[in-house]
Design a protein around this ligand. Sequence first.
Ligand code: 5GP
Length: 205
Amino acid sequence: MEINQKGVLLVVSGPSGCGKGTVLSHILEDKENYSLSVSFTTRDPRPGEIDGIHYGFVSKDEFLLQIADGNMLEYTEYCGNYYGTPQSTVNSLLEKGVNVVLEIETVGAMNVKNIRSDAVLVMILPPSYEVLENRLRSRGTNSEEDITKRLLRAKEELKALPEYHYCVINHEGRSHEAAEQIRRIVEAEKHKIERNNMILNHFYQ
Ligand code: 5GP
């Protein structure tokens, strides 16, 4: 008998600048087992971002239409723009045994936690608040106004930490280590008793 083959719905948050994109890129190299849910956003693409790969970049009207059509698993407004997770692909991937990663902020994560009790919530943290500020500045793609907004928002987001199931620190130059820790969390989750009813049924029938 096999341990649970359904995928894990992995919700990953972390204040802007904590390096979650890099950590997740390592995890997502394993295309057979992990897939990123591509969100919709109304913000402008940053240099190098590709429509349909990093986000579906849409207008506010298109975004509101998706909500009205019931196509969003969750959505939120963040620093003046809308962000949302499309329902469509998540369930079919989980059924196929693929772990689906939602890279979303804390309000969206709490919404997912409320509607999906099987979701596993991981917060990626910077080693300190000072490091976070330095990283945001050195990124060079955010305006001063945006940096200030994101730092304030980071403080707010960190208040949600007790609601998460796991936290992982992304130390400088050690993003592979953080990725490995998340892979292990997912592996352990798959072995949880409540995810393996088939085994329970087999031994207690
Ligand atoms: P950024 O503008 O830096 O790409 O993203 C800003 C924030 O929005 C990040 O914390 C990111 O995780 C979050 N985010 C991205 N997609 C979604 C989504 O579909 N839903 C929610 N709730 N947050 C999202």
